[in-house]
Ligand binder design. Structure first.
Ligand code: EPS
Length: 353
C-alpha cells in the first residue's frame, strides 16, 4: 500500500492498523525550535477519542501518545518527529463473523478488490483509528500556526442527520457538549436522535465545518497546488468523507454573480462566499470548509451482500461502532486544515521568503 503521506514540506506519514499493536506517524519537515508539549497533543487526542459519551464507539483506548524522536528539551530539533500510540482495547473476536464477508458501504470490498488481502480486524488500515495520527500531527501544526501567525482554527458540527446545529454560533459552547455543536439549545434533540438511532441499530450522516482566522493572504500554489484543491484532497481523505465545500460550495450554483462576488472596500471584504480562497490562493479572509460524512456502514441490522467467493450472504456487523462518525470528526477536520495550512505556510516561505 503506497501513499500514506500528506504534505510537501510538512510531511506526515502514518502507519498502523486498528487492531495491530500500535498506530503511529512520522512528521518530517517540522521547523526546529517549536515547543512540543505532549499535554497539548494529548488534549487534542482526547477531544477525538472514543467512549467519551454513549453516542460514540465504546472502545476504551487511552490514546496515550509517545514521542519517540525529533524533540530535545521540549523543542523540535528539525529531525523527524515520530509519534506512537499503542492499541490496548481491540476486540478482534467481534469481527470473526465477517472475516470473509463484505459490509455494503464499507472499504472492505474495495480493499479486497485492490489488494486481495482481507484484514477484517477492525477495518485494518481503513479504520478511523488512523485519524489519531492526523490529530496528533495536527496539534503540532496548529501550535506553529498559532505562534507564528496567530492563526486560530475552530471546527464545529453543523448538522447531524436532519438536525441543523449551527443556527446559533456560540463558539464557547462547542467543547461543552459531546457533539461539538455551537448551538447548545439543540443538544437535547441530538441526544434523543442518537438514542433512538442507537436503539434501532441504524446510523446517520453529519456535516462538520471548520474556519481558520488570521490566515495571511498568499498561501496556495497555482495551478496544481491550489490551497482549496489541497484542502479538498485532505478532507476527502478522512474516513467516511463524501463531500467537501469551500465557502459557499454548492450553494454558488444558485447564486448570481452579484451575490457571490465578495465586494472589496478599503477596510476589507463585504462577504466571504469564496471561503477565503481566490484562484487557489488565500485572500486573507477566514478560510471556511465544510465536510459531509456518510452514515456508518457497520450496522447490526442484517443486509444482503456477498462473501469473498462471490456467494450471496447476509451480513450483520457486531462491535463497538460509532452510529455517527461525524460526531467525532470535528477535531479531525480541524487537524486536516492545520496540516494543509502548515504545509502551505512553509511552501510560501520557500518560494517567496
Ligand atoms: C472503527 C470501528 C471501531 C471504532 C474505531 C473505528 O473499532 P472497533 O471495532 O475495533 O471497536 O472504535 O475507532 C477507534 C478505535 C478510534 O480510535 O477512533 C472503524 O471501523 O472505523
Amino acid at each position: 500500500m503506497s501513499d500514506n503521506t500528506i504534505g510537501r514540506l510538512f510531511r506526515i506519514t502514518t502507519f498502523g492498523e486498528s487492531h495491530g499493536p500500535a498506530i503511529g506517524c512520522v512528521i518530517d519537515g517540522c521547523p526546529p525550535g517549536l515547543g512540543i508539549d505532549v499535554a497539548e497533543i494529548q488534549r487534542e487526542l482526547s477531544r477525538r477519542a472514543t467512549g467519551k459519551s454513549r453516542h460514540t464507539s465504546q472502545r476504551k483506548e487511552q490514546d496515550e501518545v509517545q514521542i519517540l524522536s525529533g524533540v530535545f528539551d521540549g523543542c523540535s530539533t528539525g529531525t523527524p518527529i515520530a509519534l506512537l500510540i499503542k492499541n490496548t482495547d481491540a476486540r478482534s473476536g467481534d469481527y470473526a463473523e465477517i472475516a470473509k464477508k463484505f459490509r455494503p458501504g464499507h472499504a472492505d470490498f474495495t480493499y479486497w478488490k485492490k489488494y486481495g488481502i482481507r484484514d477484517h480486524l477492525g477495518g485494518g488500515r481503513s479504520s478511523a483509528r488512523e485519524t489519531t495520527m492526523r490529530v496528533a500531527a495536527g496539534a503540532i501544526a496548529r501550535k506553529y500556526l498559532r505562534e507564528m501567525f496567530q492563526i486560530e482554527i475552530t471546527g464545529w458540527l453543523a448538522q447531524l442527520g436532519p438536525i441543523r446545529t449551527d443556527q446559533v454560533m456560540d463558539l464557547e459552547a462547542i467543547d461543552q457538549n459531546p457533539f461539538f455543536a455551537p448551538d447548545a439549545s439543540v443538544v437535547e434533540q441530538l441526544e434523543e436522535h442518537m438514542d433512538r438511532l442507537r436503539k434501532s441499530g441504524n446510523s446517520c450522516g453529519a456535516r462538520v465545518s471548520v474556519m481558520a482566522s488570521n490566515v495571511p493572504a498568499g498561501l496556495g500554489e497555482p495551478v496544481y497546488g491550489k490551497l482549496d484543491a489541497d484542502l479538498a484532497s485532505a478532507m476527502m481523505g478522512i474516513n467516511a468523507a463524501k463531500a467537501v465545500e469551500i465557502g459557499a460550495g454548492f450553494r454558488c450554483v444558485d447564486q448570481l454573480g452579484t451575490e457571490h462576488r465578495d465586494e472589496i472596500t478599503p477596510t476589507g471584504f463585504l462577504s466571504n462566499h469564496a471561503g477565503g480562497v481566490l484562484g487557489g490562493i488565500s485572500s486573507g479572509q477566514d478560510v471556511l470548509v465544510s465536510v459531509a460524512f456518510k452514515p456508518t456502514s457497520s450496522l447490526r441490522i442484517p443486509c444482503r451482500s456477498i462473501d469473498i467467493a462471490g456467494n450471496e450472504v447476509e451480513v450483520v456487523t457486531k462491535g463497538r461502532h460509532d452510529p455517527c462518525v461525524g460526531i467525532r470528526a470535528t477535531p479531525i477536520v480541524e487537524a486536516m486544515l492545520a496540516l494543509v495550512l502548515m504545509d502551505h505556510v512553509l511552501r510560501q516561505r520557500a518560494q517567496n521568503g
